[in-house]
Design a protein around this ligand. Structure first.
Ligand code: HEC
Ligand code: HEC
Length: 321
């Protein structure tokens, strides 16, 4: 009897200990920063718009937190609320303001947020902040992005605490989530591959432009279903469906690369429908990057494996589009 008791205590300690280590935030050391690197604000602006930072971190139109559009994408006052299955996230101020924004952050603080999802105080960020894609950025690109963001106006917007359901509200839990879904090994030290159009397209789609964060379905714990990458997903707010963008017949098979690139530039589909929903803001951002980057994105999408994707549930009459 006593033996069983001791063994179960030991097992509990082991599991707790493993959980403790597995959930520990992993920060980058300052030594990963390239020496005397002066950020390139032009490249930084491209990454800012490819990354859609302003779509989430701008202040919501009319001060209504759940308004899908923001007042000004270059004033990063925060204040939007993002409703998810785990609770509501309030997007923080990331303007260069020293009190309420990130004006006091060092380069390595910023790199840790973008590449590791770890705050300057050593806590995990929730993956509602898509560092799960941004972490594919090479460190030079991260520093270019910061250099551009430093040129924007400081804003006094105050942060609000998230309203999450237990146990999702525990930041330490995100460590276990990262252990399951977040690949720590990639990123950080890689140099920008200027190489081919394909490589550029893959980088933008998978990294900064984080297309899969919306177009790939998630499992119950919010992890991306890589086996169904880009094949369409229910919208996170619960209403609507995000389309398949693989070259499957239920996706973009009939679209040419230039039709895809045109959509990204103008918001118009080949049938002259205008794009709707959350894609409006994404498209406005992509209209600001170069035509060759949009072409690279379109090119990469056409090389994806065609995937049928999940079955879209039947639409209720009221929400028919
Ligand atoms: C889909 C919405 C979304 C997008 C797009 C987004 N963020 Fe965020 N971001 C968030 C949320 C939500 C948080 C809060 C995370 C938390 O508290 O754990 C956050 C947190 C941050 C933080 C930490 C701020 C702090 O006070 O600790 C930084 C820095 C940041 N984001 C930078 C960026 C940059 C740069 C981009 C563009 C490349 C970007 N974000 C794009 C939603 C977003
Ligand atoms: C914030 C979520 C979000 C992100 C990020 C996002 N999309 Fe979308 N996308 C949508 C939604 C929602 C729609 C459906 C729009 C509609 O209903 O008109 C859509 C539609 C599209 C369409 C039109 C497909 C069709 O069949 O009509 C294409 C192409 C597309 N997205 C490509 C991309 C690419 C490329 C990226 C990355 C650069 C991207 N999207 C990032 C949400 C997103």
């Amino acid at each position: 009897m006593r033996k069983v008791f001791l063994i179960s205590i030991l097992a509990t300690i082991l599991v707790a200990g493993a959980g403790y280590f597995m959930s520990m935030p992993a920060s980058l050391p300052a030594s990963v920063l390239p020496q005397d690197y002066r950020g390139d604000t032009v490249n930084g602006k491209t990454l800012f718009y490819a990354g859609g930072c302003g779509s989430c971190h701008g202040s919501p139109k009319g001060g209504k937190c759940d308004h899908p559009r923001v007042e000004n994408k270059e004033i990063l006052a925060g204040g939007r609320c993002l409703k998810t299955a785990f609770g509501t996230f309030f997007v923080p101020n990331i303007s260069p303001d020293k009190e309420n924004g990130i004006g006091r952050w060092s380069k390595i603080d910023f790199a840790n947020a973008m590449l590791r999802g770890v705050s300057p105080r050593g806590q995990h960020y929730f993956p509602a902040f898509p560092y799960t894609s941004y972490h594919l950025m090479p460190i030079e690109d991260v520093l270019d992005l910061k250099a551009f963001m430093n040129t924007l106006a400081p804003s006094k917007g105050r942060n609000k605490p998230h309203e999450l359901d237990f146990p999702y509200s525990m930041r330490r839990m995100v460590g276990l989530w990262k252990w399951l879904y977040f690949d720590h090994k990639t990123a950080a030290h890689r140099k920008t591959g200027s190489a081919s159009q394909l490589a550029r397209g893959r980088y933008l789609v998978e990294g900064p432009a984080h297309c899969g964060e919306c177009h790939t379905p998630r499992d119950k714990l919010g992890g991306l279903r890589r086996d169904l990458a880009y094949s369409g997903a229910p919208a996170p707010g619960g209403e609507g469906w995000i389309p398949n963008i693989t070259p499957h017949k239920t996706g973009l098979r009939s679209w040419t690369e230039s039709q895809i690139a045109d959509l990204l530039a103008t918001g118009l589909t080949p049938d002259f429908d205008s794009i709707g929903g959350e894609m409006v803001s994404v498209q406005e951002n992509l209209a600001k990057i170069s035509a060759s980057d949009r072409a690279a994105i379109a090119h990469y999408l056409k090389t994806l494996k065609p995937i049928q994707g999940l079955k879209r549930p039947k639409k209720k009459k009221s929400s028919a589009k």
